[in-house]
Write a protein that binds this ligand. Sequence first.
Ligand SMILES: C[S@@+](CC[C@H](N)C(=O)[O-])C[C@H]1O[C@@H](n2cnc3c(N)ncnc32)[C@H](O)[C@@H]1O
Length: 166
Amino acid sequence: MQEIYFLAMIFLSLCLYYMLKNRLAIFFPSFPGMVRIIGRLADIQKSDLVYDLGSGDGRVLEVFAKKGVECIGIEQNGLLIKAAKKRLKKYKNVRLIHGNIFDQSLSKADVIIAYLSRYATRDLQKKIKKECRKGTRIILVSYRFDGWEPVRMKKWFWLGVRLYVK
Ligand SMILES: C[S@@+](CC[C@H](N)C(=O)[O-])C[C@H]1O[C@@H](n2cnc3c(N)ncnc32)[C@H](O)[C@@H]1O
């Protein structure tokens, strides 16, 4: 009995460490209803360059890939990159980067999609302020930017999906 308790504690500590390490932006996939809202809010144009920050298994990117626009997904988890590559292999307009979003420049982005964590969203806001052009559209799932008013907001049950324009 004590062994099970000990193993459970080790397992929980590892989970906690993993979550803190990622600043709680762990993989939680968008549901189909949320993906549809993101697709609509983006109001995509043919010439847009779309970034999905923390692109997970590529389900959000797929919406934009289908529209034929250039898309870039950045994801730190190698297994999810693999899954996204499999899902998106037929699209030539998608590039997947295995890495940290904070190590990549966002200066060319027209549309940014992010479903991260509160802390990562705060850091992202600073990065966007520094790097992105005026007019860049940013769609945040669940979280919000401090002091910026979203131009549109849609609810998926209790979860807000917000469109900001820099
Ligand atoms: C809540 S999930 C969203 C996944 C996907 N965008 C979706 O909507 O289905 C957050 C994702 O961001 C990734 N992530 C968190 N922080 C990251 C970082 N700094 N760089 C790259 N990816 C990150 C996680 O690994 C996870 O897959």
